[in-house]
Write a protein that binds this ligand. Sequence first.
Ligand code: UGA
Length: 445
Amino acid sequence: MRISIVGTGYVGLVSGVCLADRGHQVTCVDKDADKVAKISSGVAPIYEKGLDDLLGRNLGKTLRATTDLRSAVDETELSLIAVGTPFGGQEIDTGYVEQAATEIGQALRDKDAYHVVLVKSTVVPGTTDELVLTALEKASGKKAGVDFGLGMNPEFLREGEAISDFMNPDRIVLGGLDERTHETLRKVYEPFTGVDVVLTSNKTAEMIKYASNSLLATLISFSNEIANLCSSVGGIDALEVMHGVHLDKRFSPLLPGGERITPGFISYLEAGCGFGGSCFPKDVKALIAHGQKHAASMRLLESVIEINQNQPTQVLTRVEKHFPSVKDVDIAVLGLAFKPGTDDMRESPAIPIVNALREKGARIKAYDPVARAEAQKVFGDQGIRYCEDLVETIADAQVILLLTRWDEFKQIPELLERTGSQAVLVDGRRMLDKDSVERYEGIGI
Ligand code: UGA
């Protein structure tokens, strides 16, 4: 199928190269001529594992990029909207989605053939059928369900695993206004065989996306709340508690031979310094705001956010237990990105932690295997020394904070032993064995 994709950000570009790799003729559209030039020269404007390879393999064959939205829409059968929906403080800002729909609509005004518009951006339930539909009809002078189809297809892509998540989906959710839209959407995903497809309404598709992310965020805050209570009560380790909980056969099913299946979600049931990233915080807040609009209070999700916002203090109180005043204390911060495998600093728990320590006059050395440049944009250079490696960062540290679960941090116990360091280690991710470091502090102990 000939597909145009409006927006070459994270979701748009990953979707574009993957659909092109599966044999569709894809045109990526962006207003930003620099981005288009980069893509056209085979360089992805963002970093994502495997993206450059896939781009190189398909560019000029099944994939091209342009700034010309009008001809892209004209020459294709389906246009996918993959522009950003930033959280505007109160609710998501759907301005870019509306703008994209208007421009696609303007292009459709002069096009005779049937066309399908597919929303991939994360939007709250009702957006596709109301805002997008209205913008399209107004700009095109045509009728949805008659002259053009309208669908909603949420993405389930984890940063760092986006290509493999797209290529090997666990489900494909296809919202559509009518049967004809559904038929077209099925064709888009025909190359992806053996996957459960949910054919549904646009509103339900939108809600599936929010419910999925909200559930995962809830698991994290639930574990953190239990972990915090374990710490307050004393004499309990939340890791042991959660291990006992995980062994319920409804969470980790028992196979006839006695082996267990450990589902992926179990890793969201671990204690830590909180979730971050561009999705969980934003999506949960957006759903709460949407609930308010519809007079449905979302008290559980409000707590999920509140617990998460307070979780960095669990790290700070452990530091202050040993150093009631952190002024001039040498603190090594290990891990700045919101999770391993990315340089993304958005909503990273490292931000409030570093800022609080810096304000209190601590001397901070920081290290992240890939997020240094992004971190410098967030923190600047005042009061922080960015280090090139782990050894340099922890040398002379009185406190070591472990904030991102990077694999290389597993060598810390050995490094500390070798150097005879007496630093207090606060494990904000519970990734090290608590007995492997002499002065160990961890969330949930
Ligand atoms: C998340 C969802 O996992 C994707 O399914 C979804 O498509 C995406 O949001 C989105 O809405 O676009 P992402 O934000 O990339 O993906 O990150 P995750 O890997 O899920 O991590 C989110 C948070 O959960 C992080 O703070 C991380 O530390 C935490 N996490 C992650 C865990 O606690 N355990 C894990 O095993 C993985």
